[in-house]
Structure formats: C-alpha cells, structure tokens
Design a protein around this ligand. Structure first.
Ligand SMILES: Nc1nc2c(c(=O)[nH]1)N[C@H]1C(S)=C(S)[C@@H](COP(=O)(O)O)O[C@H]1N2
Ligand SMILES: [Mo]
Length: 391
C-alpha cells in the first residue's frame, strides 16, 4: 500500500480504534505458571532479565496492539544499526543483490495485520500467555524481493539472519523456513510497525513478518536472506524451538511452525448496568475462527461469546485485500452475570469453521514447551454482587 489512493497503517489504526472499555477491572490470575503472587512477580522480573516482556493483558482484547507495551522476546543484545552503513544481502538466488536502506525503503510495500506470537507462549513459566500481540506491518513482500533477484534460482529454503550477536560467539540470530512456507504465509520484510519506522527493540530497520507462523521466524535487524538448497539446520531450527512428537511408535523432534487454534480471556471489566464483561481474542489454526465459547465454571458449561472478526472489519474499513489480514485475531466479549461473590475459574475455547474445538488438555503425543494450544484457565475473585438494581 504505497500509492496515494489506498489507505495506510494510520487509516487502519483509526478504522479499528475500538475504544478500550472503561471501568473497574478484576485481576485474572493464571492457573498455570507460578502459583503465588510473589512467584509471579519474581518470574516476571527474572524473565525480563533474559529479555522477555509480556503484553499487558488488557491489550490482548483490542483490535490492534499499541507499539508501547507490545511484547518482546530476544535472545541477544539489541544491536544499534547505523542506517548509513546498513545493508540487506540476498544470496543463493538467481541474481544475488545487496540493498542499502534507501533502496529497501523505496520498494513497493504491502500491508499485513496479523498475530505475532512467541512459540513458547503459554508454557509452564508463561502461564500468563502474554507473549503475543497484533500490529499493522508494512514492507516489500518476500516474493517481490525474490523477483528483484531474478527469482529464487536454486534456492528451496532460506536462512534469515539478524544483526544481534551473542557476545564472543559473534554469530547473529538466524532462523530458516522453506520457500514454500514463506510463500504460503505471504511473508514480508517489514520496515514499519503501526505506521512508524521499526523501533530498535522491534528490529530497526527491517524484520521478517511471517503471518500464521510462530514469531521465532520473524527475524529482527534482518541483514541477510540466505537462499539454500536444503533446510537450514541452525541451532534455533534444530534444537531450541522444537517439541517431541510420538509418531509411528517413535518420539521425533519437530520444529515449531504454524500457530495452533487458540483463544484467551484477557480482561474482566465492570459492565454498564451490572455484571462483568469478559474480553479476549481468538486466533490461529488452519481455518478461520468461527466462534468462541466461554466457561465460568471450570469447564462444566460453555456459552457463546460475541465475536468480532478483526479481519473482516479491517478489510472493510481500510479496504485491504483478504491476503493482507490472514492470521489476524478476532476479539470477543461475553456478558457475565455471576450468581454471587466468590472465586470463579474462567476460560475460553475457539472453534473453527470446520468445527475443530480448542482442546482442554495438551496432546499426550506431544512433549515440549511450544505451540501450547490448550484452554488457558484464569481464576477471578468477584468481590460483590453486581446485579442490576431490582434484579
Ligand atoms: N534477530 C533476532 N530476531 C528475533 C529474535 C532474536 O532474538 N533475534 N527473537 C525471536 C523471537 S523468539 C520472538 S518471539 C520474536 C519477538 O518479537 P518482538 O520482540 O518484536 O516482540 O522475535 C524473533 N526474532
Ligand atoms: Mo519466541
């Protein structure tokens, strides 16, 4: 979206600017993860030191997540990139190229509105599941960059390298995907986030955005797109972001990839006229999310929430093509009238267009921390009865 006739990120943000509901909100305490108040505070402080900061829960029920407070996850120190000396190298393709920053910024851009989620989001330490967000990204598509290089040539896979180094090892972050995956996901090399140039912490001046694939592949401070003739088997592909799956009688290592079907209740706010509003988001899976159900009794009963598909709204209001909103989340609201004060166990489950339902438990045939799709339970203490007057 570069020409003056189409709308840009600012229009999308305006179009989707659903005002955050106001009023008292109740704390939603994760059932997974650290059990005590102190444990949760300590875990957050320690994880921050290893460069992991979660989104504020209330931001997860908004259509677009603001850049301030957007989650981050790094394995190395943020590099300071000099825009004058920055180069993006593309090798292993038909006609390798090196682009300067002005050259990269001059290329036609496409828009992507999609969930970005850490593959380990919601695992045992991250019971709070805030390592995700949804922003508006713009930049040249991966496909258009390949075209610029005369096509992929012999390359069937790509290792994407970042400029962040790990101390004396001096090897930047790198993650590989196949050409087929990058094409199917409609990857872009983003140069803006929510209408602004990328911030240093989110990858200035460019990063990969791969809608629907977990964000370990969204390489920040991108400096080298390396075409290869076989899968990239760097440490992050081979070991770090892998689970073990029981297949054909054997446990095999599998790499984190496509985001599974999931949802989260992220906010509980006083509703006008009594009761509470449970707010959240649903995303992932191979098919679009068709419905979300909410339970306020630990899974004994489920009720439909009101779903607002972000994709549809953004596409209509900002006139985006459907391919530009693939992988966007839907937000939901559920009006809850608790029978009285007390502690409740609440959760949500997403249902896709084929009727697949988000599972209550982990698949016993999968071991590991990644792609945690099971229902995320929250405990909430309701202080007083907020029944409407006269009820
Ligand atoms: N260069 C580089 N890119 C990276 C990482 C990194 O450590 N270095 N971390 C990855 C991981 S694991 C995640 S979850 C996302 C987080 O993106 P964010 O920090 O912008 O939210 O960036 C990915 N890209
Ligand atoms: Mo991650």
């Amino acid at each position: 979206m570069t020409d003056g006739d189409t709308l840009g990120a600012h229009d999308i943000l305006e179009a989707t600017g659903m005002p955050a509901p106001e009023g008292t909100s109740l704390e939603l305490r994760p059932v997974d993860g650290m059990p005590t108040w102190f444990g949760r505070r300590l875990a957050r402080a320690l994880l921050r030191m290893v460069s992991m900061e979660e989104n504020k829960p209330a931001q997860l029920s908004q259509l677009v997540t603001p850049t301030t407070g957007y989650f981050r996850r790094d394995r190395h120190v943020h590099p300071v990139v000099d825009p004058d000396t920055y180069r993006l190298q593309i090798t292993g393709v038909a006609a390798p190229r090196v682009l300067t920053l002005p050259e990269l910024l001059a290329l036609p851009r496409e828009t992507r509105v999609c969930v970005q989620e850490c593959a380990g989001n919601g695992n045992h330490l991250q019971g709070s599941a805030g390592l995700c967000g949804q922003a508006v990204w713009e930049g040249p598509s991966f496909a258009s960059l390949l075209e610029l290089c005369g096509g992929p040539g012999p390359a069937t896979h790509f290792a994407n390298h970042g400029l962040d180094t790990l101390g004396f090892l001096k090897r930047g972050y790198h993650y590989g995907l196949s050409l087929e995956e990058l094409t199917r996901a409609r990857a872009i090399v983003a140069v803006t986030m929510n209408g602004e140039p990328l911030s240093r912490r989110h990858g200035f001046p460019s990063r990969l955005i791969v809608p629907r694939i977990y964000s370990m592949s969204h390489v920040k401070w991108l400096c080298h797109i390396e075409g290869k003739t076989s899968p990239h088997m760097g440490i992050h592909n081979r070991l770090v972001f892998t689970n073990k799956e029981h297949r054909g009688g054997k446990w095999v290592r599998v790499q984190a990839r496509w985001i599974g079907l999931k949802s989260i209740v992220s906010d509980c706010r006083a509703a006008q006229g009594g009761g509470w509003l449970l707010l959240g988001a649903a995303w992932g899976g191979e098919r679009p999310v068709a419905a979300v159900e909410v339970s306020t009794d630990g899974g004994l009963s489920w009720q439909r929430a009101r779903l607002q598909p972000v994709g549809e709204q953004v596409a209509r209001d900002a006139r985006l093509a459907s391919g530009e909103i693939d992988g966007a989340w839907s937000v939901f609201q559920f009006h809850w009238q608790p029978p009285g004060p007390g502690t409740y166990k609440i959760g949500s489950r997403a249902i896709d267009e084929d009727g697949n339902v988000q599972a209550l438990d982990n698949d016993p045939n999968v071991h590991g921390h990644f792609n945690q799709t099971r229902v995320k339970w929250r405990m909430v203490a309701v202080p007083e009865n907020r029944l409407p007057p006269g009820a």
